[in-house]
Design a binder for this molecule. Structure first.
Ligand code: SAH
Length: 485
């Protein structure tokens, strides 16, 4: 007996000869066909491509290129050997200046089209002076499954001309980054340009040592294997922290590999390991254990020092964080007399950065561990006039809270990608702080929130900052001032 399943066969639609017109958002570009906008990944304006559609709606469609008829003259050769296979740095085919131009345009489009905001002349995007080696934190993953661009052959032709179907391929045992869209497949990285070569040597020698000494790599489906993750943090102070995450608790073998790392890399100032016997990768509920060193590193922005532990949050591009924070501080227009609220404060870095010109800093943050770090950072920098509070900003920032800590003269807000909750926006409107500085990592939600703030505020300054060269991520800082009645 055969069953009939009501599954509609997916239509295989290919649009031929599309000219990519412009950059759209989230790394995609757009073309048009018969009045329909087609969003395409992995192409740049000027490419002419055949596109297979993955989504097809009435007014728009989404797809990916199956054939390049001609390449855009804007393209340059990507400098990384893993480009196109690795999930990171997807814009390397565009010259850096072009990337900056698209980011600037993206902010302008979002703020004027979605937000319908009257903008002052935008300041030109602050590009990164160093578009390589810019990340202070990297996390590599060990896996038994390698992701390669080309599928391994299913048949092998031997010298005698026989064709043999190989047995199940042996585990690949790789160490690198997750392939985009796969939870278990890892791109084996030989050289990554996101951190100086110390990290490349470290990763490659740990992999070599592990393979030579038969350490097991983590199997994501079976949930077993000793080596899981390798986290590396390089600070501008020269301090280096490594945390090796292990999926098995074997003291002897653990000590063997940690000893190897310690002896081969005396430049590490802190070496830790974390035992993770859970099925997921998150570390928040685990305790990293110090093998060598003080267990944290010190990073420095201007003269401010920040203590960063293996689980602490810190902006990943140190030099550009300094730039972002100094623009934020400039926009806050502080003269020493103001009460400043630092909403979504993380580990308190913006507030601390502004502290020498503020009467008082009040930070609010959801994650308790980050608030603890913020308190320690305030102590470390000798800032007694900063206090940090744990909780959801929409709950914490009520009338009693503002009454207890003082009417805000300046509100700095730095929400995650989702932007601010409407309740918080309404509260900010109610509090009428003369100056609001809105730092955003998503211009679309920032535009939505600015449209609401427009009831009482005008945008007086605006400058995007590039924290992540060769990716489509954008950071934008906006200064708002209360409208004169
Ligand atoms: N300003 C900080 C962190 C910005 S990232 C810095 O520059 O380093 C955004 C922060 O908002 C994160 O630390 C996140 O934990 C916090 N967060 C997210 N939702 C929140 C909420 N509803 N209330 C308070 N904090 C929140």
């Amino acid at each position: 007996m055969t069953y009939f399943y009501g599954v509609r066969k997916k239509k295989n639609i290919i649009l031929e000869d599309l000219l990519v017109e412009n950059y759209a958002a989230e790394g995609k570009s757009l073309a048009r066909r018969d009045g329909k906008v087609v969003f395409i990944e992995n192409v740049v304006p000027g490419d002419v491509v055949d596109v297979r559609l993955s989504k097809n709606k009435k007014d728009w469609a989404e797809g990916y290129p199956v054939e390049f008829r001609s390449y855009s003259t804007e393209r340059v050769t990507p400098f990384c050997q893993h480009f196109g296979v690795c999930g990171g740095c997807q814009w390397q085919m565009l010259p850096y200046q072009k990337q900056l131009q698209y980011k600037q345009q993206q902010v302008l489009d979002n703020l004027t089209r979605i937000g319908k905001i009257d903008l002052p002349q935008m300041e030109p995007i602050a590009g990164a002076p160093q578009d390589r080696f810019y990340r202070n934190k990297l996390e590599y993953t060990f896996s038994t499954k390698e992701y390669t661009a080309v599928a391994p052959p299913r048949k092998i032709r031997t010298e005698e001309g026989l064709t043999i179907m190989p047995e199940k391929p042996p585990p690949a045992n790789v160490l690198g980054f997750h392939a985009r869209g796969f939870f278990d497949k890892i791109v084996n990285i030989e050289k990554c340009w996101l951190q100086e070569d110390l990290t490349n040597h470290l990763r490659n020698s740990i992999r070599e040592f592990a393979l030579a000494n038969h350490f097991s790599f983590y199997d994501f489906r079976e949930h077993r294997g000793m080596l899981r993750n390798l986290q590396v943090r390089l600070c501008t102070t020269g301090e280096v922290m490594v945390n090796l995450v292990l999926g098995e608790d074997h003291e002897k073998r653990r000590n063997r590999i940690l000893e190897f790392i310690d002896q081969q890399f005396p430049e590490l100032t802190t070496l830790l390991y974390t035992i993770n016997l859970k099925k997921n990768d998150s570390l928040f509920d685990l305790d990293p254990i110090v093998y060598k060193g003080k267990g944290f590193v010190i990073e420095q922005l201007e003269d401010f020092r920040f203590k960063i532990g293996p689980k602490s949050f810190f902006q990943t591009n140190t030099k550009q964080a300094e730039k972002l924070y100094s623009i934020t501080r400039e926009y806050a227009e502080l003269d020493g007399s103001q009460v400043v609220y630092d909403l979504y404060c993380g580990t308190g870095s913006i507030g601390i950065f502004c502290s020498s010109k503020a009467k008082k800093i009040i930070g609010v943050e959801l994650i308790e561990a980050a608030v603890k770090d913020a308190g320690e950072n305030a102590l470390l920098n000798n800032i007694p006039h900063a206090s940090f509070f744990t909780g959801d900003v929409t709950d914490v920032c009520n009338n009693e809270f503002f009454a207890a800590h003082g009417r805000p003269d300046v509100i700095i807000t730095d929400p995650p990608r989702a932007g601010m909750h409407e309740k918080l926006v309404l509260k900010i409107l109610e509090m009428e702080a003369p100056v609001v500085v809105y730092v955003s990592c998503n211009p679309a939600t920032q535009a939505r929130d600015l449209a609401l703030l427009d009831a009482k505020y005008e945008v007086t300054r605006c400058q995007p900052v590039d924290m992540f060269p060769h990716t489509h991520h954008i950071e934008n800082v906006v200064q708002l001032k209360i409208k004169k009645q």
